[in-house]
Structures are given as structure tokens and as C-alpha cells.
Design a binder for this molecule. Structure first.
Ligand code: ATP
Ligand code: MG
Length: 379
């Protein structure tokens, strides 16, 4: 077993944002420190975590859920001493039965007299002779990476892909409409990926708010929170709308419910400072998700609505849900309120028609009633 003593963490895109680079770096460092409950060191273009006596695998899993990290690697930190570096590589390679290797050097500290290529050649030659293993530049069996930093050498063998994206908090906060389906957790996650704080609003048909926390909704909120620095779940009761729905033409109920949900989210957004609403709509996925319907319901919100899944196929969404870890939760049994609503909805509702329906049945009052009994939970 190779004895790692550090993890080096690389970020890509945030380094490209020239003017904002120090800001993004500091934010990513702060977020990682919060998630890992550890102090990190910032070197030029990378962050380093000293392992001390903790298991790198546990920390690694957490780093894999932090947005802004492009890749990371458990590494061996060696002081700026080439002989010692060579010994460490020998020690590691000896443990495996390999036929070939290649050394990759990246030098961000220019005080070392050897150029990257010179260091790679020197080490390659020495190690090849000592272990009797050949250097293969084309197709090496084992890749040996060395980063030369102002803090000495970092030696590692496996790069682990991070999630990419931007650090949490680099964008403002949005409110995501969370259903019991597969789509909306994925939509929420994609907004988190772009640096937003994402809070969730769910409308449920349970008797009490607390009951909902025991269902998959609570579990999905927890899962999403793992990718962020905590989040708020708002729970609203389906009851006010449900009672109202008996007055509405059956074909219009689902579209009216969509308008009502957006309006509800809009009211919360404006009172609490959310700059966007998020939904898991995907164009044409179900009968109610037509451009006509989306157009009509959009009028009920002043807050911009973001639909990150709009152009995705169901299979792509499912694949992403599996990667995120929400898929297995989303497919659990649950009494979603949409399931209570009529099966054959209007597919091309006219904005004017929806507006008239809203006025005639005073749906604004239904929104008001729902708002009066809203619950908030922290995850
Ligand atoms: P599925 O994954 O089965 O398609 P869905 O979550 O996409 O489920 P839809 O009926 O397609 O559900 O609803 C479209 C969007 O409306 C959802 O993605 C979600 O953003 C929002 N939504 C639906 N039902 C609720 C609800 N009960 N509470 C909050 N938002 C909801
Ligand atoms: Mg859907």
C-alpha cells in the first residue's frame, strides 16, 4: 500500500476567469474547508490537504461532491530533494508488478534548476535501471505524476475526476420546485453546479408537514444538501388547491396547478430574495409540457424561471440522476399530488383563458392561503 500524506486538488474553469480568479479560489477553499472540517493550503493553481492520520478515501468521497473541483489525487508530498523523490517512486512502483511506466512532470515552481522534461528524463532513466522496468512514452502501464510546487514535490498515480462547475455561493440563490419525480432533483443539482445556493419548495398531499420529512422528499433534500453547504426545504400543503380544483374544468386543472405552483414560488422568491425559480420541465416530456403551456404559466411569475432540463431526453436525465444518487430515491413509492390530478390535461392552453380562470376562481387567494401555512426545514 502506498502511504499517501496529502490530497492535491485542482480546479479548471475557475482559473480561467481571470479577473475573478482569487475570489473563486478563496471561495472554493472555504467551501472545501467547511465540508471537510479541515484547513487547506493554497499553492499556485492548486489546493493541498494534509492527511495527518485520516483515511484519504473518506475525505476523497467528500471532495468528489464539491463543485469547482475538476480533479484531485491522493499524493505523496516530498521536500525539494530529487533523491528522496526517486526513492519514493521506487518504493511505490516496487509494490506492483508493472512492465512499463512514464513520468509526467508539471512545474509551477521555476526555482528548480531542472526543466520539467529534464527531471522526467533523469528520473525515468534512474528508475528504469534500478527496477529493470522500461519507460514507455506511448502506452505506459503505470503513470507517475509529479508536480513541482513552491512547497516541494507532489507525487501521485491516479487522477480522480471531480464534478467541475463553480463553487457554491459564486452565484446567488434560487428556489427550486421539487416534486417526487426523477427530474426536479436533477434540475436543482444542475443549478447548484453553476454555483447557486438552491433551496427547495415541495407541495405535498400529506396530512402534516412533518410526515413529509420521513418520505423520499426528506431523503432527496438531504442528498442534494450533500452537494451544497446546507439548504432550506419549504413545504406547502396541497389542500387549498385540491379543494379549489373541484370548481375548475377538469381539463384545466393540471395547467392551473402549474400556474399556481409558479405563482407560489414567485411570491416566496420575491419576499425572500431568490433571483430565480427552477423547475424540472423537459420540453414535450409529458402532455402538459408544451411550449404553449409553459408560455401561459410563465405569466404568473415575475421571477425568471430556469429549466435546466428543457433540452434533455428522459434517458439523459435518468443517467444523471443515477450519477447524483437521487434516482433510487425518486423511484420510491410516494403519493405525489400531480397523480391526483386529471389524466388528460389541456395541451395548448391560451394565456387569456388561463388568466380568466385565475380571476374567476380567485386562485390568488388559494396561493395566499397556502402561504399562510408554509413550513421551513433546514438540511
Ligand atoms: P417526472 O420525473 O416523473 O417527470 P417531474 O418531477 O418532472 O416528474 P412533472 O409532473 O413533470 O414532474 O412536473 C414538472 C415540474 O413541476 C417538476 O419538475 C417540478 O419542478 C414541478 N413540480 C411538479 N410537482 C410538484 C410538487 N408537488 N411540488 C413542487 N414542484 C412540483
Ligand atoms: Mg417531468
Amino acid at each position: 500500500m502506498v502511504e499517501y500524506n496529502s490530497i492535491i486538488i485542482h480546479y479548471g474553469e475557475i482559473a480561467l476567469k481571470l479577473g475573478r480568479r482569487p475570489y473563486y479560489e478563496k471561495l472554493l477553499k472555504k467551501n472545501l474547508e467547511k465540508k471537510l472540517n479541515r484547513k487547506l493550503r493554497r499553492l499556485r493553481g492548486r489546493l493541498v490537504l494534509k492527511l495527518e492520520d485520516s483515511d484519504w478515501r473518506i475525505l476523497s468521497e467528500k471532495i468528489g461532491r464539491v463543485f469547482g473541483v475538476v480533479w484531485y489525487a491522493p499524493a505523496i508530498h516530498v521536500k525539494k530533494d530529487i533523491e528522496e523523490l526517486e526513492e519514493k517512486i521506487i518504493e511505490a512502483l516496487k509494490q506492483e508488478d508493472i512492465r512499463s511506466f512514464k513520468i509526467y512532470v508539471k512545474r509551477s515552481d521555476k526555482t528548480l534548476p531542472l526543466k520539467s522534461i529534464e527531471l522526467a528524463e533523469k528520473l525515468g532513466r534512474n528508475i528504469s535501471n534500478r527496477l529493470n522496468v522500461k519507460v514507455d512514452l506511448e502506452n505506459p502501464e503505470k503513470k507517475v505524476y509529479i508536480e513541482v510546487t513552491e512547497d516541494g514535490f507532489y507525487l501521485f498515480f491516479d487522477k480522480i475526476a471531480g464534478l467541475g462547475g463553480l463553487p457554491t455561493g459564486s452565484s446567488s440563490k434560487v428556489l427550486s420546485l421539487l416534486s417526487g419525480g426523477i427530474d426536479s432533483p436533477v434540475a436543482s443539482w444542475l443549478m447548484m453546479k453553476r454555483g447557486c445556493y438552491v433551496d427547495l419548495l415541495h407541495i405535498h398531499s400529506s396530512l402534516t408537514h412533518d410526515e413529509v420529512l420521513e418520505t423520499k422528499i426528506g431523503k432527496i433534500a438531504k442528498k442534494l444538501s450533500d452537494y451544497s453547504l446546507g439548504l432550506t426545504l419549504y413545504l406547502a400543503s396541497f389542500k387549498p388547491f385540491f379543494l379549489k380544483s373541484f370548481e375548475l374544468p377538469p381539463k384545466m386543472i393540471l395547467v392551473a396547478f402549474r400556474a399556481y405552483m409558479l405563482r407560489l414560488a414567485d411570491r416566496i422568491a420575491r419576499s425572500k430574495g431568490y433571483l430565480g425559480i427552477v423547475t424540472g420541465d423537459s420540453l414535450g416530456q409529458v402532455a402538459s409540457q408544451t411550449l404553449e403551456n409553459l408560455y401561459a404559466v410563465n405569466m404568473f411569475s415575475q421571477t425568471p424561471t430556469y429549466r435546466p432540463l428543457i433540452g434533455m431526453d428522459k434517458q439523459e436525465i435518468v443517467d444523471l440522476a443515477k450519477k447524483i444518487g437521487t434516482y433510487d430515491l425518486s423511484i420510491q413509492e410516494y403519493r405525489d399530488c400531480c397523480a391526483i390530478i386529471a389524466r388528460h390535461p389541456e395541451t395548448r392552453v391560451k394565456p387569456q383563458e388561463l388568466r380568466e380562470l385565475w380571476e374567476k376562481h380567485n386562485l390568488e387567494e388559494t396561493v395566499e392561503e397556502t402561504l399562510n401555512n408554509l413550513a421551513e426545514y433546514e438540511f
